[in-house]
Design a protein around this ligand. Structure first.
Ligand code: ACO
Length: 365
């Protein structure tokens, strides 16, 4: 039997046409298109691209956008469930339950045809922002706001969360967040989900598998960790001592490092620029400056001690943006899932289309 590769590092597990990463050169493409180009489009366009494999024409996009908008609402039963399943400190635990309930309420749940599965994808993409905003509002004892169909996917989410429409820069920032979070090849949650799909489990079951895997602090949960770290560090002058103290205790600094990238993550570059613009509009650049100081110290320490720098990953500057957008830390991992659900559903379809059950071996010791 072959030698064990801890963490499956470097193992190529399957073929995909959904995304491409060059970790040495810092290149990321969805369906053959560079992320820098995609970041200028709408999230609806990107989700269409991921699910259908091609960019929509004007008419297709208008029809898709209308479908998504018409599916944004959640019913009263769902809101009642959210009031009950809302005790923990992490919104994702409740979101998991909410998605499970959506499956019960979906008349196509048992239909595993591609058409029915694409309908489920539309429902999930449309409803996730509404569910998360409703969870937050219910927890504070407030009534959820109804979705506003005149607003974009991102702007509508911020509206439902805060009760006021965001500024143009805030709307651009959250839209970019959803786009840049939408897909990333065989990251842990997508791989977990593909294993579930390979057993021919239904789309909702596979998505919940992905969602549960996203929760961990070494994966999507790092975004919340970064938000908490920004508060803890508080001012740029504290960054040096904070990093040195954590590294001396062999603790991880959230939002740094990546299994695949050996250079700057192209998504982080776009997030960094966006974070700077959001900070400027806000008028208080402190969180942005704290983040820049942490990046600087981490780069220096890794280069000095290990001869190789470490770079911010997708969770780092996105967390700075969340601070400025007033997204509560307990929602951070769930908000990541709003973007990622398009990539997840695309991977489900790809797995179903050319399936063999994913079942590796273990080395017995
Ligand atoms: N802080 C401190 N040390 C780090 C960090 C970090 N953020 N990242 C890596 N290292 C250290 C490791 O401890 C390891 O040290 P060692 O050789 O003394 O054991 C060395 O750098 C090599 O790193 P690995 O752990 O081999 O990296 P791996 O590929 O296994 O893990 C991971 C990648 C999980 C992202 C890691 O960098 C990490 O834990 N980062 C912090 C959590 C985080 O930000 N996760 C989000 C990733 S992006 C995403 O999933 C959406």
């Amino acid at each position: 039997m072959q030698e064990t590769k801890k963490g499956l590092e470097g193992i190529v597990a399957l073929d995909t046409s959904i995304s491409f990463i060059d970790g040495m050169q810092g290149i990321l493409k969805y369906r053959g298109i560079d992320i820098e180009h995609l970041a200028e489009m709408s999230y609806e366009t990107i989700s269409y691209l991921l699910i259908n494999g091609i960019l929509p024409g004007e008419q297709e996009l208008a029809a898709y956008s209308n479908r998504l908008k018409s599916e944004r609402r959640i019913n009263g039963e769902m809101i009642d469930i959210m009031r009950v399943c809302n005790y923990g400190t992490e919104a994702l635990d409740s979101l998991r339950t909410a998605i499970s309930c959506t499956a019960h309420m979906d008349h196509e749940n048992d239909n595993n045809s591609l058409d029915a599965n694409k309908n489920k994808a539309v429902r999930l993409i449309a409803k996730l922002p509404t569910m998360i905003a409703a969870l937050y509002r219910c927890k504070s004892g407030d009534f959820p706001f109804q979705p506003d169909e005149t607003l974009s996917h991102g702007a509508n989410f911020l509206y439902m969360l805060r009760g006021e429409a965001p500024s143009a820069i805030e709307a651009e920032a959250i839209e970019k967040d959803f786009i840049l979070s939408a897909e990333h090849e065989l990251n842990p949650s997508t791989f977990a989900l593909r294993i579930a799909a390979s057993t021919l489990a239904d789309v909702y079951s596979a998505i919940i598998t992905g969602l549960c895997t996203l929760k961990g602090p070494l994966h999507g949960g790092a975004r919340r960790g970064v938000m908490e770290m920004l508060d803890e560090v508080a001012v740029p002058e504290n960054a040096n001592n904070y990093v040195l103290y954590k590294l001396s205790r062999k603790e991880k600094i959230m939002g740094f490092g990546h299994r695949v990238y050996r250079t700057y993550d192209p998504r982080s570059r776009i997030f960094k620029d966006m974070a700077k613009r959001v900070a400027k509009e806000n008028g208080d650049p402190t969180w942005y400056e704290v983040a820049e100081s942490l990046e600087h110290v981490m780069y220096r320490e890794f280069l000095d001690v290990r001869g190789r720098p470490i770079y911010p990953n997708v969770d780092f500057y996105s967390a700075v943006i969340y601070k400025y957008l007033r997204i509560p830390p307990e929602l951070a991992t769930s908000v990541f899932a709003i973007g990622r659900v398009s990539g997840w559903t695309a991977h489900c379809f790809e797995q179903y289309a050319d399936n063999r059950v994913i079942r590796p071996r273990a080395h017995y010791i």
